[in-house]
Design a protein around this ligand. Structure first.
Ligand code: PEP
Ligand code: MG
Length: 568
């Protein structure tokens, strides 16, 4: 068994075709006729551009515009005078075209790969692709034609370049294994877009396998088997069938409302960290944003974002969602989330310290900028404000007062905003849970943050492995808290959602239906899975299960009972 990075979900089984790296070595000769050499280089560059344009067009048609952008990026980079111009200069100085391509590309690769930013690192791999393509054209090397591989082929290669991908016939390639690349590399993006299972960064795989070996690729777990023994193959054939069945079942939920088995409608929203993610939420069929973690805006910047910078980001999310709700959580900093330039002093007990709404209310000038930015963005969609780590009603009142003052200022200055903008609380502390009846009278909505609610209810640091065995949302104490919160919200007639990870947990969903949760907010990729599971439970069935589970006394018994009743 070989382990790698799980880059594209699913199980692929097939016969290996190893794509060996070409020998791109060349003789570094001194050039006398530099004009002829420049012509040879320009011809190769033009050929590269023509081939890349054709491949981008093909990818655009067969896979999608986002994926074609990768190759279009190659075109832009290769056409950039700072790249081709440098190469021509070196040829003028007597270097051969191959040496010029290699030296200039290596210089850019070295520069980009040293940068911390993932995007910049990816650029290094783009330039490496360009270098290889140009060298092959100059050396007259032809790639093996991947479009001709037979059905049931597993490709094993060092890296899957976009140019290789453009030749892949989805019906014939059942899996991809590479030696390099991570979850966000182009190979991963393209494999996912083609829905071909892929495991990347498997060390030395192209030397460990040979043509016609049988390979199993578990792209969900990041595992590869070569010539599997015993009953591994038959087990994976069953797993593959199961995966395919589930995927086609999920596709049937695309574009549908989120309904329980009784036909009762609930809202299925997404958790996001940046305004760009709103697009992803829509692509994944999310019905709104249940949690926009605004601290990412602060973390991605080296300074505190101004009112205007924040407004632009919140407005983008609101406009992208086109009138669907966007719940923006105000800055949740402190605890495990450090933002260096805010210079928050180190504390003995950061999870119990000066964080989230406490920090914001202690820094009202900065907080005011954020609230103003959100209220302004409310003119461009259905924006709501949500407060993190509330522990007493005074905090909610203080923020509502600040918002009332902002509204007065906007009215006086003719600044547009949604006069009915809602203000809700995250319920993620035992204190908030215990006074949920009080908070429900003054909040417009609740969203249960089970990640923190579990941490604080169980007195377990959510990042501490030694006590992780206690960190479970299925502990009776946490379940009672969730039930209590939903009841308090229901009594006051306010919507109660959940944006902690538990909202997408297939075992938790029936309990949430029984408790009366009205909104589930999940990672965009889990929207269809959650919708599918919600559709399987009627209120009566969920109530019966909840009734049984809420009488159990240990987490282990509860999980076992939920697993037994699972409809996955
Ligand atoms: C939570 O605590 O459940 C939550 C959604 O917030 P975060 O994970 O950002 O603390
Ligand atoms: Mg939280």
């Amino acid at each position: 068994m070989h382990k790698g990075i799980a880059a594209s979900r699913g199980i692929g089984i097939g016969s290996v075709c190893v794509i060996k790296e070409h020998d791109l070595s060349f003789e570094k000769k001194k050039i006398e006729d530099t004009a002829a050499e420049k012509e040879r280089f320009n011809k190769a560059l033009e050929e590269f551009k023509a081939e890349t344009t054709a491949m981008a067009e093909d990818i655009r048609k067969r896979i999608g515009p986002k994926e074609a952008e990768i190759l279009e990026g190659h075109l832009v980079m290769a056409s950039d005078p700072s790249m081709s111009g440098e190469m021509l200069k070196m040829i003028d100085a007597g270097q051969c075209a191959e040496a010029a391509v290699e030296a200039v590309c290596d210089m850019f690769i070295g520069m980009f790969s040293q940068m911390d930013d993932e995007m910049m690192k990816q650029r290094a791999s783009d330039i490496s692709d360009i270098k290889i393509s140009l060298l092959k054209l100059l050396l007259g090397i032809k790639d093996i034609d991947i479009s001709k591989v037979p059905k049931g082929t597993v490709l094993a290669c060092k890296d899957l370049t976009p140019s290789m991908t453009s030749q892949i016939n989805k019906g014939n390639v059942s899996g991809i294994i590479t030696e390099v690349g991570g979850k966000t590399s182009h190979s991963a993006i393209l494999a996912r877009a083609l829905e071909i299972p892929a495991v990347l960064s498997v060390p030395d795989i192209t030397s460990l396998v040979k043509d016609k070996d049988t390979a199993i690729i578990d792209g969900t777990e990041g595992i590869v088997y070569i010539n599997p023994e015993g009953d591994v193959l038959s087990q994976y054939i069953i797993k593959r069938e199961d995966f395919i069945r589930k995927q086609s079942e999920l596709k049937g939920f695309l574009g549908k409302e989120t309904l329980t088995a009784d036909g009762d409608c609930v809202e299925l929203f997404c958790n996001i960290g940046t305004p760009k993610d709103a697009k992803k939420a829509l692509e994944c069929d999310g019905e709104g944003i249940g949690l926009f973690r605004s601290e990412f805006l602060f973390m991605d910047s080296n300074h505190q974002p101004s009112e205007e910078e924040q407004f632009v980001a919140y407005k983008e999310a609101a406009q992208t969602m086109g009138g669907k709700p966007v719940i923006i959580r105000t800055l949740d900093v402190g605890g495990d989330k450090d933002i260096p330039y805010l210079n928050i002093k180190k504390e003995e007990n950061p999870f119990l310290g000066y964080r989230a709404v406490r920090y914001c209310l202690g820094n009202k000038d900065s907080y005011n900028l954020q609230l103003r930015a959100i209220v302004r963005a409310s003119a461009f969609g259905k924006v709501k404000i949500m407060l993190p780590l509330v522990t007493c009603v005074d905090e909610l009142r203080a923020v509502k007062e600040m918002i009332a003052d902002i509204k007065k200022d906007f009215d006086a200055n003719g600044i547009a905003y949604d006069k009915d903008i809602e203000v809700g609380c995250m319920i993620e502390t035992p204190a908030a849970s215990l006074i949920a009846d009080i908070l429900a009278k003054e909040a417009d909505f609740f969203s249960i943050g089970t990640n923190d609610l579990t941490q604080y209810t169980m007195s377990v640091d959510r990042g501490n492995a030694d006590v992780a065995y206690l960190y479970s949302t299925f502990q009776p104490s946490v379940l009672r808290s969730i039930k209590h919160i939903t009841e308090c919200g229901r009594k006051e007639g306010i919507p109660v959602g959940m944006c902690g990870e538990a909202a997408a947990d297939p075992l938790m969903i029936p309990l949430l239906i029984s408790f009366g949760l009205t909104e589930f907010s999940v990672n965009p990729v889990l929207v269809l899975t959650a919708r599918c599971i919600i559709s399987k439970w009627s209120k009566a069935e969920a109530d019966e299960l909840a009734d049984k589970v809420m009488r159990l006394t240990t987490e282990a018994e509860i999980v076992a009972a939920l697993k037994e009743a699972s409809k996955e």
